[in-house]
Design a protein around this ligand. Structure first.
Ligand SMILES: [Cu+2]
Length: 712
């Protein structure tokens, strides 16, 4: 119960009981097809009302819900709160998820219940793999396996996945592995001059999005599950590696990332309810440097990040008399981060530059939530959550603290009191009214809080080069941290109406309106101290240096979606038409500025044909021009555009085939959420790359995927 959107990414099947309000049935076919040909898990969220995707590297786009992105959302992959470990958030939580494994995606876009929220001011996204399967008395042994592969013509992208599972009545062992690679993608026309990216390198054609290639994205996992009656114990060890991933909107590329994750999970289901306990450990080694499309300055510029995250959760759902339900839980997370840049000589030596040394973020949460079913037509949910966050960082040093470029900033930072403890709390209250089987209304209020991340509080250098390396949003600017940042607190009201035929078979219309006021929203102001120049304060057509700052903000908008089955399904299949319209506006109330990375109004129209397991989709995405931008960041305006996509899939017992054409008419457009193009050339200083070029959307791509599976 709540405003959630569950997408079964597997082939369409009977309505799951979770998909009470706002299940987006018609898009399912498209989602299953998209999953087959993407290795970027965030792409699967496209088409969910209110969700947009901010561009980053090829497998690590950042989702946003109602204009709030990245770690303003709570994103869990199989229950784990994976932590990015990078001054550019290159290794975002969803970059670790393997799309081929994903069985369901749940998006809480409206009033998020406190049981699924915490340390976030926007919605929640939960990505889940298939639960372990066990044998039965009649079939006491199960063996299954799958192997799949995909190809995308734009970028010559190629990937594979394979998996094997075997089970007895009490035991399941599952192994999965996937890998993918892509060259640089191309835009539909030239968008910048032909020029070499590196010193003496070959010229990069004008239509190539430099630094968008990736390779060696190995993901593998071994999972063991033991079952006895209503008890389930799961142990999983997994590794996610990236050999190289370019970032066209960042000044560096990810040259290696090695993430290891260990989780132990216990669930107990009884007549009184259920209990879940989980322990997890995440270990990340992250390396950045200049990729092949950038100047290497003879030495390159290594930047390394090492992080470890320990997590523990315990939660219970207790069934109370009269169909009431109590959810209680506690969570603990301890995250440490070392962000250091080895010396390369000159003024960038002889010592290691410490961007964040011994960063710590500790979080202790507890919540209680009461779901009440008063009558057949009235439900309510009320929850409170306490969320205490401690952050700290050790003293730092520059490459050479005897030089003015490093010494003064380091000394000022080291003299500061850096430990902060935030006592945050959340409240969510919502009600649902279902007067008859043909309509449902839901509305509520939430207070949500989020403490700043380590890369917002602790980067300390006002040196332009160092600040440019600290950037979480891909706007090409440089950022300086602010130790005194306070937690963001959001107050959201949201209402949803859902109208449909009684059986929910023929048509439905859904509308959501929301308004969020954010106290202490972490926005940015121009840097006017330290080494920042006076021109930096007023520049309107260049990259600039900024400092994080708390300001007031508001976001509001509307999601509309509608679907209609056009015919009684006959021998030639059923035809469904769907339409979706999203509007969001974000304003900084302290400065009158626009908020960054807010999607302009957009609409999607789709026609889906289904005949058994043959499903085909034609869709048109229309996006308005973007003129309400973040002026403090010199955010680029983008023009309106229209893109058409075709997808078709067919599934036999053992084989599934997916084929599609993305951007069928090969339209050129700049991605309104793609950030600034800084993917080639000398990226280490503010004025050495032309300002004013956005990252374009990809040209037409022919995509195909083939998979085989067997199951005893
Ligand atoms: Cu990085």
């Amino acid at each position: 119960m709540n405003m959630e959107e569950v997408i079964e990414v597997t082939a369409p099947k009977a309505k799951s009981k979770d998909t009470t309000l706002g299940a987006s049935r018609p898009e399912n076919a498209g989602l299953a097809a998209r999953k087959a040909t993407t290795d970027d898990a965030a792409e699967l969220l496209r088409g969910v009302p209110g969700v947009t995707v901010n561009g980053a590297g090829g497998i690590s786009s950042l989702p946003a819900i109602h204009g709030l992105a990245d770690d303003r959302l709570r994103i869990q992959v199989d229950g784990a709160d994976l932590q990015p470990a990078c001054p550019n958030h290159m290794n975002s939580p969803l970059s670790y998820a393997d799309p081929t494994r994903i069985e369901s995606v749940t998006v809480f876009s409206g009033i998020t219940p406190v049981s699924v929220g915490g340390d976030s001011i926007g919605g929640s996204i939960q990505i889940k793999s298939a639960p372990p399967e066990f044998a039965t008395a009649s079939a006491p042994f199960i063996a299954g396996g799958r192997v799949g592969s995909f190809y995308r013509s734009n970028g010559d992208a190629l990937g594979y996945d394979l998996g094997a599972t075997t089970a007895l009545r009490w035991l399941n062992v599952t192994f999965v592995q996937s890998d993918s690679r892509s060259d640089n993608v191309t835009a539909a026309r030239s968008f910048k001059p032909v020029a070499p990216g590196s010193e003496g390198g070959a010229p990069i054609p004008g239509d190539v999005v430099a630094s968008s290639a990736y390779r060696g994205t190995l993901k593998r996992s071994l999972a063991l599950a033991l079952r006895a009656d209503g008890d389930l114990l799961q142990l999983e060890a997994s590794q996610q590696k990236v050999g190289f991933e370019g970032f066209p909107n960042q000044r560096m590329d990810m040259t290696a990332n090695d993430n290891r994750l260990l989780t132990l999970r216990y669930t107990r289901t009884r007549a009184w309810g259920d209990l879940e306990a989980r322990l997890s450990f995440q270990d990340t080694q992250h390396e950045m440097n200049m990729g092949p499309d950038r100047y290497s300055y003879g030495t390159g510029m290594p930047m390394d990040t090492e992080a470890k995250t320990w997590g523990a959760t315990i939660k219970a759902n207790v069934i109370l008399p009269d169909r009431h339900l109590l959810r209680v839980g506690a969570e603990y997370q301890y995250h440490t981060l070392y962000d250091f840049w080895p010396p390369v000589g000159g003024s960038m030596g002889p010592n290691t530059f410490w961007n964040i040394d011994y960063g710590e973020r500790r979080r202790i949460d507890a919540f209680a939530e009461w779901e009440a079913r008063w009558t057949r037509s009235w439900l309510s949910l009320v929850g409170v959550r306490s969320d205490t966050v401690m952050t700290d960082a050790g003293p730092v040093q520059g490459y050479d603290d005897a030089l003015p470029a490093w010494g003064a900033d380091a000394a000022a930072f080291n003299a500061s009191q850096r430990r902060r403890v935030d006592y945050n709390w959340d409240l969510a209250a919502l009600a649902r009214y279902t007067p008859d089987p043909a309509q449902t209304y839901e509305g509520g209020y939430a207070r949500k809080s989020r403490s700043p991340n380590l890369h917002q509080r602790y980067p300390w250098s006002t040196n332009a080069m160092a600040a440019l390396m600290n950037n979480l949003v891909g706007d090409g600017n440089g950022y300086v941290g602010l130790v005194d940042l306070r937690p963001e607190v959001a107050h959201t009201v949201s209402v949803t109406g859902d109208w449909h035929d009684d059986a929910q078979a023929w048509w439905d219309v859904k509308a959501t309106a929301y308004y969020t006021h954010v106290q202490n929203y972490i926005d940015a102001r121009r840097c006017d101290f330290g080494q920042c120049s006076p021109e930096n304060a007023t520049a309107t057509n260049s990259f600039v240096l900024l400092q994080y700052v708390n300001q007031a903000a508001r976001l509001y908008g509307l999601d509309l979606s509608a679907r209609r089955l056009l015919n009684e399904p006959r021998s030639w299949g059923g035809l469904t038409a769907s339409a979706a319209l999203n509007y969001v506006r974000g304003d900084n109330l302290s400065t009158g500025d626009g908020l960054y990375d807010i999607m302009p109004p957009n609409a999607t129209l789709a026609l889906v044909h289904e005949l058994g397991t043959w499903i085909s989709t034609a869709e048109i995405l229309a996006v308005a021009s973007k003129s309400h931008v973040s002026r403090v960041r010199n955010e680029l305006q983008t023009g309106g555009y229209c893109v058409m996509n075709l997808r078709s899939s067919y599934e036999w017992k053992f084989v599934r085939i997916d084929a599609g054409i993305e951007n069928l008419l090969n339209r050129f457009y700049f991605n309104p959420l793609g950030g600034a193009y800084v993917g080639q050339g000398p990226s280490m200083s503010t004025a050495s790359i032309p300002w004013g070029v956005a990252v374009p959307g990809p040209a037409r791509s022919f995509n195909v995927a083939l998979s085989f599976k067997f199951h005893s």
